[in-house]
Design a protein around this ligand. Structure first.
Ligand SMILES: [Zn+2]
Length: 142
């Protein structure tokens, strides 16, 4: 069977003109056991929607506070009471880096700054004790 495009009447397949209205435009009826060519074509898979990576945000914890404390201590210790603040910075930064859930970079920065502060103080002490010369404590560009 085929369907007249003009009046919708069913016609025999061999009909050239519609038996009802005389039209000559037909379309194949859709039948469930004879799926049309369009339905047989594989549907191209639509690109998956962009998946937002869901990063579970752990609650702001005490070790995240220590990370910030360590970083601030390392900076303040460059200017005053380094003998207290720089060791505090090292401890806080290490704890914050390994136990905290965020600000790893800040923790690493605090640790490195404190390490540099210790090296400066160490070499200054060696110079003041006449163990090393001025060449060792001055910068490369001086
Ligand atoms: Zn017709």
């Amino acid at each position: 069977m085929k369907i007249c495009n003009n009046c919708g009447a069913e016609n025999k397949n061999e009909n050239v003109f519609c038996s009802t209205c005389g039209g000559n435009s037909f379309s194949e009826p859709l039948s469930p056991d004879m799926p049309s060519a369009a339905a047989q074509q594989p549907v191209p898979p639509s690109p998956p929607p962009p998946v937002q990576p869901i990063i579970p945000r752990k609650p702001f914890g005490i070790f995240d506070v220590m990370t910030i404390l360590g970083f601030v201590s390392s900076l303040v210790g460059l200017f005053c009471i380094w003998v207290v603040l720089e060791p505090l910075a090292v401890i806080s930064s290490i704890l914050g880096f390994f136990k905290g859930s965020r600000y790893k970079g800040l923790a690493a920065a605090g640790f490195v700054i404190a390490l540099i502060a210790f090296l400066i103080q160490l070499f200054t002490a060696l110079y003041n004790g006449n163990i090393i010369g001025k060449w060792a404590i001055q910068g490369v560009f001086h």
